[in-house]
Ligand binder design. Structure first.
Ligand SMILES: [Fe+2]
Ligand SMILES: [Fe+2]
Length: 186
């Protein structure tokens, strides 16, 4: 399966906006993989498919969970948007034979996780800073990501925490764990 075929498939299942975001993430992932000396093609692939499950209907998702024996944590049950990471990782394996590194990168791309390797970190941050993202500070975050992945991730987690506080929403423990882990490592 080449990237063009995957793009055609994604075009058929995602909104235009999400499709463009997927292509943007793919490009950014490739760029970062080059900088950090990782497999560029694999990063392009993972970036492209990271949101493959994002627009499944609730019925489709429920059906997939049941038929694949997927177990959800408490927050995933409460926040359906988190689900697409877990389902996406599973679909990546099933449909494209994605290896464990790609599966983990997709699994961790929404919340982050302290077990992320450099490849997963690249997908995580590429998702947040790809060319279609426009939030305040995104330019600066792009520059940081090209020099220091952990620093960019910390900066992003702080955005996530601020936003969660403002909207009185919960923060996934994997996200706070990751922050703690990076800070302790420094
Ligand atoms: Fe996502
Ligand atoms: Fe995404």
């Amino acid at each position: 399966m080449n990237l063009e075929e995957i793009q055609q498939y994604l075009k058929s299942i995602l909104t235009e906006k999400r499709y463009n975001h997927s292509v943007g993430t793919s490009k950014m992932a490739k760029e970062l993989a080059k900088i950090y000396g990782l497999d560029e093609e694999k990063a392009e692939f993972a970036g492209l498919i990271h949101d493959i499950a994002k627009e499944m209907s609730k019925e489709e998702a429920d059906e997939y969970i049941k038929s694949h024996g997927i177990i959800l944590d408490e927050i995933e049950k409460e926040v359906p948007a988190l689900l697409h990471a877990k389902l996406g990782a599973s679909i990546a394996k099933e449909k494209y034979n994605a290896d464990e590194q790609v599966q983990n990168a997709i699994l961790y791309h929404t919340t982050g996780h302290k077990n992320m390797d450099t490849f997963a970190k690249i997908i995580y941050i590429a998702d947040k800073i790809e060319e279609n993202r426009t939030f305040d500070g995104v330019e600066e975050l792009r520059e940081i990501a090209k020099k220091d992945l952990d620093k960019a991730i910390l900066r992003n987690i702080d955005y996530v925490i601020e936003k969660a506080i403002r909207n009185q929403r919960k923060i996934h423990p994997d996200t706070t764990d990751l922050k703690k882990y990076i800070l302790e490592k420094k």
